[in-house]
Design a binder for this molecule. Structure first.
Ligand SMILES: NC(=O)c1ccc[n+]([C@@H]2O[C@H](COP(=O)([O-])OP(=O)(O)OC[C@H]3O[C@@H](n4cnc5c(N)ncnc54)[C@H](OP(=O)(O)O)[C@@H]3O)[C@@H](O)[C@H]2O)c1
Length: 236
C-alpha cells in the first residue's frame, strides 16, 4: 500500500498503543482519525500529534454502534475515503471470578468485543470501496489464559476468533484483516502510569512500526495473526 494520504481510523487513539500507532502513521504521510470517550484526552493527543490538517479527533464510545456510525461519517465527510481501521480501544479489569463484578464483566464485553464488531460494521462498506485493511488489537491474553483474567481472556479469545473468521469473509473483497496480539506494552492500561521502569516492555511506537510493516506487506501476502512480546522480560 502506498501510504501517502491514505486514511486511517484508530479507536482508542487518545492514549497508549493507539496514540503510538497514530504518531507513526502520521509520520508516514497518512491522514489519521482517532477516537476516545474523553475530550481532555483527545485534546492532549491533538497537541501531541500536532498536524491539524491531517488529523481528526472524534468523541466516540465503541460500545455504542451509533457513535461508531457517526465516527465513520465524520471521516468520510472530511476525507472521502477510509483505507485502514485499527480497532484498538479496550479496557481490562482483573479479579478472581467470585469477585469480578457484573458491571466490570459487561464493560469489558461491550468495549473489547462488541466494540470491534461495531467499528467493523460501521466501516465495512468504506473498506470494500478502498479494498482496505481492518486490524484488531487483541492480546496474548487471546491465546494464554491466567488467574484473575476470566473476563479479559473471554474478550480477547473472542476478538482473535472474530478477526480470523472475518478475515475469511472479507478477503474476497480485497480487504486484508489481521489481529495483533501483544504481551506487555508500556501504556495507561488498567490505570498504569508509564515510567522508566517500563523500559523492558514493548513501547507503543513499536506497535506503530509493526502496523507499518503490515501495511507495506506485498498485497499477495497476509500475516493474519501476529503474536508480539517483550524480547527481554528478564529485565523487569
Ligand atoms: N498495554 C498492554 O500491555 C496491552 C497488551 C495487549 C493488548 N492490549 C490492548 O491494547 C489496546 C489498547 O490499550 P492500551 O494498552 O493502549 O491502553 P490505554 O493506554 O489505557 O489506552 C486505551 C485507549 O482506549 C480508549 N478507550 C477505552 N474505552 C473506550 C471506549 N469504550 N470507546 C472508545 N475508546 C475507548 C481510551 O480513551 P478514553 O478512556 O478517553 O475513552 C484510550 O485512548 C486494548 O485493546 C488492550 O486490551 C494492551
Amino acid at each position: 500500500m502506498d501510504l501517502k494520504d491514505k486514511v486511517v481510523y484508530i479507536t482508542g487513539g487518545s492514549k497508549g498503543i493507539g496514540l503510538g500507532v497514530a504518531k507513526k502513521l502520521l509520520e508516514a504521510g497518512m491522514k489519521v482519525a482517532i477516537s476516545g470517550r474523553t475530550q481532555n484526552a483527545l485534546d492532549s493527543a491533538a497537541t501531541c500529534l500536532g498536524s491539524q490538517n491531517n488529523t481528526l479527533m472524534i468523541t466516540s464510545n465503541v460500545s455504542k454502534i451509533d457513535d461508531e456510525i457517526n465516527a465513520i461519517a465524520q471521516i468520510m465527510d472530511k476525507w472521502g475515503q477510509l483505507d485502514v481501521v485499527l480497532a484498538n480501544a479496550g479496557v481490562g479489569h482483573f479479579a478472581p471470578i467470585d469477585e469480578l463484578s457484573v458491571e466490570k464483566w459487561h464493560e469489558m464485553i461491550d468495549t473489547n468485543l462488541n466494540g470491534v464488531f461495531h467499528t467493523l460494521k460501521a466501516s465495512i462498506e468504506a473498506l470494500k470501496k478502498s479494498e482496505g485493511y481492518y486490524i484488531t488489537l487483541a492480546s496474548l491474553a487471546g491465546t494464554n489464559f491466567f488467574p484473575t483474567a476470566s473476563g479479559y481472556n473471554a474478550t480477547k479469545f473472542g476478538v482473535v476468533g472474530f478477526t480470523q473468521a472475518v478475515m475469511l469473509d472479507l478477503r474476497k473483497y480485497g480487504i486484508k484483516v489481521s489481529t495483533i496480539m501483544p504481551g506487555s506494552v508500556a501504556t495507561h492500561f488498567n490505570d498504569h502510569v508509564p515510567s522508566e521502569k517500563d523500559a523492558w516492555k514493548i513501547q507503543p511506537e513499536d506497535i506503530g512500526d509493526l502496523v507499518l510493516d503490515l501495511l507495506k506487506m506485498h498485497p499477495r501476502t497476509l500475516p493474519s495473526k501476529i503474536e508480539v512480546r517483550p524480547s527481554r522480560p528478564d529485565l523487569k
